[in-house]
Design a protein around this ligand. Structure first.
Ligand code: PLP
Length: 378
């Protein structure tokens, strides 16, 4: 199978798997005071340091969580702000985090490429001064569009409000430094960077107010109760030190080549977010006249795994709120797929995908230019 769905999850790196297997073979609760417990604690703290380095933070600022979703929920609910401004292209774990609590979520609009409108954010902040939290992601999971987070933070700081950044997709694919971003809280998830699923972190700048969601033991400096998942944390630490950013130029070349070959085959294919800065590995593209589900199933049969351009939690493809926020018409959004490359992606993988994509387009797609024959009448 050619795997081109790295924004959904990445293969676990071999050295991550090895370190986790070793950790699984050991016994010890990181809170126990005996030697085995202290060994477990040491493993957790080594990993914390590596994760802190990845984000340009201090180890004490790292709170391990069960993943990006929990970290986003903790950031949005734990800071206790009743006014939360979130970009309209955020991941559902940010958009839904404040559902059912007193907090009023205010959507920040984006432009046609999916980039947050800083002027609109400033107007929203000026319209209702007072304690608030702004949450804007580093890079979008569907389109790969990179947000101007440093500018968002600068604007927010002028109004004295807290800033959270969901860096789940950007981390390991682009340089990351919490201090230069200027944010107070930052979310990470291990399985998007060669680590295991079910482990992530919320990094909280010293002095930022945060009430725990999970209460019980005093783990994670009383900010997240529960026995630490030592093997997963160890794997996260190894993945965080994995230098994924070094792959960026190669992936960008492959992705750009893929996109130019697609548009040569089909002039009507639209690459979403193409006018903005994007992650080097991500391509969200429409195939005129062919539903996303049809494409995904046909590509799957051809041995190629890609993602829907939209949230696909129960196997059913829902309309994309990201593309809708960018002003994409529902008919066009329903023909989008997401192709996301990773460290293991080769030129051959891209060619296999293109052959399958082109074959499908020629069979079922709406003809757009003379190079493509009209599909046979049904
Ligand atoms: N934020 C973004 C941007 C994501 O892409 C994802 C996962 O797809 C998450 C948060 C959730 O992370 P996790 O799968 O670790 O809960």
């Amino acid at each position: 199978m050619v795997y081109l769905d790295h924004n959904a999850t990445t293969p676990v790196l071999p050295d991550v798997a090895q370190a986790m297997a070793q950790a699984l073979a050991r016994v010890g609760n990181a809170s126990s005071v005996h030697a085995l417990g202290r060994d477990a604690r040491r493993s957790v703290e080594d990993a914390r340091e590596r994760v802190a380095v990845l984000a340009g933070a201090r180890p004490a600022e790292v709170i391990f969580t069960s993943g990006g979703t929990e970290a986003n929920n903790l950031a949005l609910r734990g800071t206790g702000r009743e006014r939360v401004l979130v970009s309209s292209v955020e991941h559902v774990s940010v958009l839904d985090a404040v559902a059912g609590v007193a907090t009023v979520p205010v959507p920040i609009p984006v432009d046609g490429d999916g980039v947050v409108d800083i002027g609109a954010l400033e107007a929203l902040l000026a319209a209702a001064p007072g304690p608030a939290l702004v949450s804007v992601m580093l890079a979008n999971n569907e389109t790969g569009v990179v947000q101007p987070v440093a500018k968002v933070a600068e604007a927010a700081r002028r109004f004295g409000v807290l800033v959270h950044c969901d860096a789940v997709q950007g981390a390991g694919k682009m340089p990351l430094d919490m201090a230069s971003l200027g944010v107070d809280l930052l979310t990470l998830s291990a399985h998007k960077m060669g680590g295991p699923q079910g482990i992530g972190a919320l990094i909280v700048r010293d002095g930022t107010p945060l009430k725990p969601e999970a209460r019980g033991g005093g783990q994670e400096r009383r900010r997240r109760a529960g026995t630490e998942n030592v093997p997963a944390i160890v794997g996260f630490g190894v993945a965080a030190a994995g230098q994924g950013v070094a792959e960026a130029p190669r992936l960008r070349r492959l992705r750009d080549d893929l996109e130019s070959r697609i548009t040569r085959v089909c002039g009507g294919a639209r690459i979403f977010g193409a006018g903005a800065e994007r992650l080097p590995n991500t391509c969200c593209v429409s195939m005129p006249g062919v539903a996303s589900e049809t494409q995904i199933m046909a590509l799957d049969l051809a041995g190629v795994a890609v993602g829907a351009g939209s949230a696909c939690s129960s196997g059913k493809v829902e309309p994309s709120h990201v593309l809708a926020a960018m002003g994409v018409a529902p008919e066009q959004a329903s023909t989008a797929i997401r192709v996301s490359l990773g460290r293991d992606t080769t030129e051959d993988d891209v060619s296999t995908f293109l052959a399958a994509w082109t074959g499908l387009y020629k069979r079922l797609g709406e003809p757009h230019d003379s190079a493509v024959p009209a599909p046979a009448a049904a």
